[in-house]
Ligand binder design. Sequence first.
Ligand code: NDP
Length: 446
Amino acid sequence: MSYAKDVLAMVKAKNPGEGEFLQAVEEVMESLEPVMEKHPEFKKAKILERIVEPERVIMFRVPWIDDKGEPQINRGFRIQFNSAIGPYKGGLRLHPSVNLGILKFLAFEQVFKNSLTTLPMGGGKGGCDFDPKGKSDNEVMRFCQSFMTELSRHIGQFTDVPAGDIGVGGREIGFMYGQYKRIRNEVVGVLTGKGLNWGGSLIRPEATGYGAVYFAEEMLKTRADSFKGKICVVSGSGNVAQYTVEKLNQLGAKAVTLSDSSGFIHDPDGIDADKLDFVMELKNVKRGRISDYSMKYKNAKYYDGQKPWSIKCDAAFPSATQNEIDADDAGTLLKNGCYVIAEGANMPTVPAGVKKFLEAKILYAPGKAANAGGVATSGLEMTQNSERLSWTREEVDTRLHMIMQSIHESCAKAAKDYGQPGNYVVGANIAGFMKVAGAMMDQGLI
Ligand code: NDP
């Protein structure tokens, strides 16, 4: 067996039951096989054995009181995976499905993604199996305060800087930041995604969605193509999905679907700026369901319990959650003529689906490249916090755009250098790995 395969077998034996983590490691190890042949020094230093093992895993009890006065107990986590190139950085997820394996997969992906951004950020991820759905603002606040009471011991502006992810937006970051400040008596940029009046950055809410579209635009340019008139299918209806639709509209494309965990809506007329305002109010303020869209806009149809991949499109932007495109969905997208996929979500396509996309030689951007704009702009928020300055919208957006172009270029170059031009999966994994591995070699056996 090859070195990468040996390490994968070891990871499988050591981490039973962590399906998503094993899936993420397997994809990276496959990409790295040719790198290991070229660089025997990595094997000698046991870089792969080290890169698959988190530097630190923190798991803790989160007790809080609900509105009825009943005690509730959740399980919180922070995975500090790799700090070779900078402080740990990565979001916090609040969702009932959260467990160790899911957060380890997200933290592992984050190591390579953060490396691609060109900014000095290590990889981490955290969260809790708390379900914010149906909870009052006061319940969410009490939960966030309890969660941060423990987390505050382990994070810091120079150590680990969390951000949002599924279930964590401006409201939750606010409650957590307030509690951190109260406990540590420090006004510092320890979280990103903050409100604009207390250290946040313009364009951070938009960044992941905008970034995914910028990346897809770069892929289209390699075929002298653009978004003008393209029909786009988007899943999810949260932060990433909303700003993906906004940027698609700005570039002349037509986004026709949005979804949530209950079903999806198809609006053949396109989700224009006014309709998107309705969605933002519905999801971010009223915290309602996407099915309400079809009650308001009569040409739109709601499909209960289904995902949007059967809708004919040129481009697809999975922006909800992991493994939301299975092998059949991938086949349906291809059959219907879809030839651009940019993953706003993390690992939304199962391995058999990825294989289909790669074999079809479409423009396929894996999450760790396509959705890196979010963490990149978090990095820009950290820079502004350190400078005690705020940049303009234009300045942040220009930098985000340049970062996405640079990520595209480094993925394309790595893929070409290793004999697989156009394969952004291999390109992202190799380009992300080389920088982290180099830093680990320089810093000795730690
Ligand atoms: P939000 O919580 O804002 O929105 C999540 C959306 O996905 C909601 O519409 C939600 O529906 C849906 N969803 C969540 N879980 C499931 C599920 N198990 N099955 C079906 N639908 C689901 O999260 P974000 O938009 O921030 O995150 C979306 C994806 O993007 C995630 O994979 C995240 O890791 C990734 N990402 C986010 C970044 C960011 O900056 N926010 C950065 C990089 C990646 P419902 O309301 O019914 O739960």
